[in-house]
Design a protein around this ligand. Structure first.
Ligand code: NAP
Length: 276
């Protein structure tokens, strides 16, 4: 049972990753992202999810320094962007991210998208970074089952995390089961359907029983599926309420009712059909 913001999942290599983190896609570089992170850390969040393409790694780095919280108490994720994929270019992109983030290491480095013909070379670079102890864990993002089945046989080290779009309208049970069976931790992006979960009546209805919002129910449903979640907000009240999900437990029936909302609807790009 996950009942505290400090609770963590243990990745395949034993590294502990918080179940809840703050996403910072579309949080503007500068005051906006720095303030959001400051509020999140005050509220007890200890995991931040950024990416080179978000163009706010510098602000993330400044916010972490300003917090005064020890670096080892933070779980920091960034991602190698598509145009940097390939072996040497990924190694270089990693060093640039460290510099911009103003840190000595990352907790998690992800391949942002499964760029065809490139992701195996990119993965070899991540394996090297891991073996050199420059990053505590490595993983992928937006990998479907067939991408993982293609990558895993050539891996020396299996991805420890797969960060994918995951919410009540896009449940992907096969992917979830596959990752679980391979010891890959699933992590949800757009867990709030980019804000649209607020209008899902079934979630509101379930929330009434617990005095929780549709957003909080959706996030709790992530946790009870064993899925790490990283809702984004730049608003203090929302950052706080999004973390107020550790004092109630959805029933089995409620979990199934939310699973049944699945429509296979994506808010973001399709990993099988993207052109960036
Ligand atoms: N790997 C990938 O390819 C990938 C892709 C997309 C996202 N991500 C990661 O996942 C994180 C989360 O996904 P996301 O940013 O796409 O979407 P999200 O977390 O599902 O939703 C964020 C949106 O919901 C609003 N919101 C937040 N809390 C709310 C609340 N309590 N009530 C009502 N609205 C609320 C936010 O607005 P305000 O900010 O104005 O509150 C924002 O517009 C990203 O920030 C990023 O770190 C990764």
């Amino acid at each position: 049972m996950i009942n505290s913001i400090q609770d963590t999942t243990e990745l395949a290599n034993g590294v502990k990753m918080p179940w809840l983190g703050l996403g910072v896609w579309q949080s503007k570089e500068g005051t906006e992202v720095e303030q959001a992170i400051a509020w999140a850390l005050q509220r007890g969040y200890r995991s931040i999810d950024t990416a080179t393409i978000y163009r706010n790694e510098a602000g993330v780095g400044r916010a972490l320094k300003a917090s005064g919280i020890a670096r080892e108490d933070i779980f920091l994720t960034t991602k190698v962007w598509n145009s940097d994929q390939g072996f040497e270019s990924t190694l270089a992109a990693y060093e640039t991210s460290l510099e911009v983030l103003d840190t000595d290491y990352l907790d998690l480095y992800l391949i942002h998208w499964p760029v065809a013909g490139k992701y195996k070379d990119t993965w070899r670079a991540l394996e090297l970074l891991y073996k050199e102890q420059k990053v505590r864990a490595i993983g992928v993002s937006n990998f479907l089952v067939h991408h993982l089945k293609d990558l895993i046989p050539s891996c020396e080290i299996k991805p420890m995390v797969n960060q994918v779009e995951f919410h009540p309208y896009l449940v992907q049970p096969t992917l979830l089961d596959f990752c679980r069976s391979e010891g890959i931790q699933l992590e949800a992006w757009s867990p709030l359907m980019q804000g649209k979960v607020v209008d899902v009546p079934e979630l509101m209805h379930i929330g009434e029983k617990y005095g929780k919002s549709a957003v909080q129910v959706a996030l709790r449903w992530n946790l009870q599926h064993g899925v790490v979640t990283i809702p984004k907000s730049i608003k203090e009240a929302r950052i706080t309420s999004n973390s107020d999900i550790f004092d109630f437990e959805l029933t089995e029936d409620e979990m199934l009712a939310i699973d049944a909302l699945d429509r296979g609807v994506r808010m973001g790009p399709d990993p099988d059909n993207f052109d960036f």
